[in-house]
Ligand binder design. Structure first.
Ligand code: AMP
Length: 198
């Protein structure tokens, strides 16, 4: 299986690039942000609780997102692999994911980070907020809070995967196609290695 963690701050382009990677490599897209927004739209108890935190730019508890991912991984046991987008966002989530994949006889192949500076992120998110309808993209203070959550809680996740020799970074500023090609180069190299080890 090819299991990729697509990593980067809010607005780095994870959603855009995930969409392109899914088509090319036939992977299942698991975005905890999208899953949480579906819960909100369906008006579930989980969605109502999550909304309070999301509206304040704060992270949802680890066990909630790990539980959602676990259900989806089990639903798609036959998949060629997964792209995890917006997850894991804390070290305990990364540990939970390792355990859950191990229980399903697989593992993370790599984390690929999209690197974008804070100023560009704020600009992109405010622009996205004009059309996405996402309340958390329309307020500059909230965007700063999300970037702050990322810098304090999520960045250490990169070290976690670096410690396993699985961390790669790609410049997230430039043409969409150019960034996509850089991501594909890393993924193709991983696939080749997987073939060699078969
Ligand atoms: P995103 O769509 O990835 O930008 O996520 C939107 C919001 O959903 C975040 O600001 C968090 O409040 C929440 N969220 C999404 N994924 C996670 C996660 N893995 N852990 C905790 N909270 C999350």
């Amino acid at each position: 299986m090819l299991n990729i963690v697509l990593f980067g701050p809010p607005g780095a382009g994870k959603g855009t690039q995930s969409q392109k990677l899914l088509d090319k490599y036939n992977l299942i897209h698991l975005s905890t942000g999208d899953l949480l927004r579906s819960e909100i739209a369906a008006g579930t108890a989980l969605g109502l609780e999550a909304k309070k935190l999301m509206d304040n730019g704060l992270l949802v508890p680890d066990e909630v997102v790990i539980g959602m991912i676990e259900n989806k991984v089990k639903e798609h046991r036959q998949a060629a692999g997964f792209i995890f987008d917006g997850f894991p966002r804390t070290v305990p989530q990364a540990q939970g994911l390792d355990k859950l994949l191990q229980d399903n006889d697989t593992e993370i192949s790599a984390m690929i980070a999209l690197k974008v500076d804070d100023e560009e992120l704020t600009k992109r998110l405010l622009l996205r907020g004009q059309t996405s309808g996402r309340p958390d993209d329309q307020n500059e203070e909230l965007i700063r809070k999300r970037v702050n959550e990322y810098n304090t809680k999520t960045k250490p996740v990169a070290d976690y995967y670096a410690g396993q020799g699985k961390y790669f970074a790609v410049d997230g500023i430039g043409e969409i196609e150019e960034i996509f090609n850089a991501l594909c180069q890393h993924i193709d190299a991983l696939k080749e290695k997987q073939e060699e080890n078969k």
